[in-house]
Ligand binder design. Sequence first.
Ligand code: IMP
Length: 430
Amino acid sequence: MSVVAVIGGQWGDEGKGRIVDLLAQHAHMVIRYSGGNNAGHTVINDRGVFKLHLIPAGIFNPSTANIIGTGVVVDPASLLEEMETLAAADVSFDRLYISDRAHVILPYHREQDRLQETLRGDGKIGTTGRGVGPAYSDKMERIGLRMADLRDEHTLRQQLARAASMKNAFFRALNGPQVVAEELFEQLRAYGQRLRAHIVPSHPLVQRALQRGERILLEGAQASLLDVDWGTYPYVTSSAPGAAGACQGSGIGPRHLSRILGVYKAYTTRVGGGPFPTELRDETGDLLRERGHEYGTTTGRPRRCGWFDAVAARYVAELNSLTHLVITKLDVLDPLPVIRICTGYRLKGELIDYMPTLASELERVEPIYEELPGWQSDTSAVRDYAALPANARRYLERLAELIGVPLAIISVGASRDASITRVPVEALFA
Ligand code: IMP
């Protein structure tokens, strides 16, 4: 039996989609465990280029079971739209399952997301506007609706009436639109009917797979620095995208995790507000954005770009007990004569080697850099570690040393084959 978790090591958009796609070819089951359609995984394979938001990347493999796990918040409208796009490419949904315990993103969550961002003014988070935060807060508030409710008219009506009275009190205070429970009921019932075949209790499926010793892949979305507990609060998402969240969101106990892969970009990006110590607001930042096509998959926003932050990266490795490192987009750095790595911060004149808790302090830290020579040659066609330029290997090895985790996979391009595997994918599942 082997359970492999893929975790975002920075602020998201590290290229988890392509790594998950690579690993999914060897998996019997893929489980998306947290987040919602705020995620955007670009997968490029022999069928084309796909932007996945909710559906696990194993969907392209007909023999793989794909589960949208309990920890995910599901916007049924967005899910159905994604299914339609994939259906046009002849993708089969016979093995797509949605945990009946997963919470539902409702239209009023999107409205609430928008209103709250406006109210935050200068302190706005820069959310994706998909209603993810409000859906998670309603889950904790215990006024959420779950996928199981969409299949049961009586519960749906009852839960919706309760939620609508609370929501309408909130929206009234903000002069927002009122929820018409009866209209929403009809809409949700229709979604329930369309998705009925896929909404199942996920626990028996997952347990059977574990008992049969199957290869299970836990697909992360967002990333550890966006974690609601450990990220750069309040500039975070509202779920737990790390290894602990992978267990909670999939219903697999921690003892079963055999490998925990941290995916990091060879530099850093962030989309939305919040502190970013190594951000480059200069030509190098622009070069990274253009070469790396750093525009949001979900919202199209330009991503903020900067040097690799090894302080943040090591923090994430420790939080998640990472066993292996995946470094993506190495080729983006190809033209640079000198590459910098942040190895510490200076805060109020003092040298520190950890991320301060207060966003206001992290905003003020001065990054301490180590400089490494660039390689200034094209790595995009390299498929063998030994064939990488010596300076590229030196850079990668320094990253692994600073993070304290061994290198497993390096990517040098967007397509499935543009990767260098130091640990064969089969061995990760062994
Ligand atoms: P929310 O998850 O839409 O509430 O947004 C909260 C913060 O997380 C914002 O800064 C978003 O830009 C960021 N975020 C959420 N999902 C992703 C993602 O998949 N990639 C990168 N940033 C994300």
